[in-house]
Design a protein around this ligand. Sequence first.
Ligand SMILES: *Cc1c(COP(=O)(O)O)cnc(C)c1O
Length: 226
Amino acid sequence: MDALNEVAANIRAVSATLPDGVRLVAVSKFHPAEYIREAYDAGQRVFGESREQELAKKVAELPDDIEWHFIGHLQSNKVKYIAPYIHMIEAVDSLKLLREINRQAAIHGRVINVLLELHIAQEATKYGLTPDDCMALLEGGEWREMHNVHISGLMMMASNTDDTQQIRSEFERGAQLFDTIKERYFAADDTFCERSWGMSHDYRIAIECRSTMVRIGTAIFGPRVY
Ligand SMILES: *Cc1c(COP(=O)(O)O)cnc(C)c1O
């Protein structure tokens, strides 16, 4: 069976495994717009993309009520292209990037939701803030004056390994850090609430470690062709 025909069934199957309070970001990067349309017709509205040009093309072709999340590494000089429409930028890994998102969002009269990306894994990515850097960014306080970004929570990837105990301990570290940050900086803000962790191979573990948002590509759309 062709992968396209399985998209709707996969959306339903994955959605059925998610408990209340966990949202699905369908990661559609490298898949054509018709795949997204299939998922959309099955009721999915939140999609994740990681390349600005690919995203712009899809936005132009697809319905307006899709909530687009930018999940990849974002260079500051690319923010201007997605600022008019992006719903959430999930992988903010520097103060410089945060400033630029705020600046571009202000130009468009918007408030853009962001997540701070943690680097906890051994090797999954070279991007992200170490726990110390993340705390230092928040302690610096400049973000409090950025009225066009809203920090909604944290995002992370676990190591790409078969060692489920290691994956679990990394997600648990993320969850603990979330609690610390929540208490210290966002105690009065109910909208600092997102823990974006879990991909196709590890989302069940992520949910056990209090994920609120899973980013799933392969299990919905099949293998990516790069
Ligand atoms: C590609 C990607 C995903 C989805 O990965 P799958 O293994 O296909 O589910 C999730 N998060 C990020 C940051 C990604 O780049």
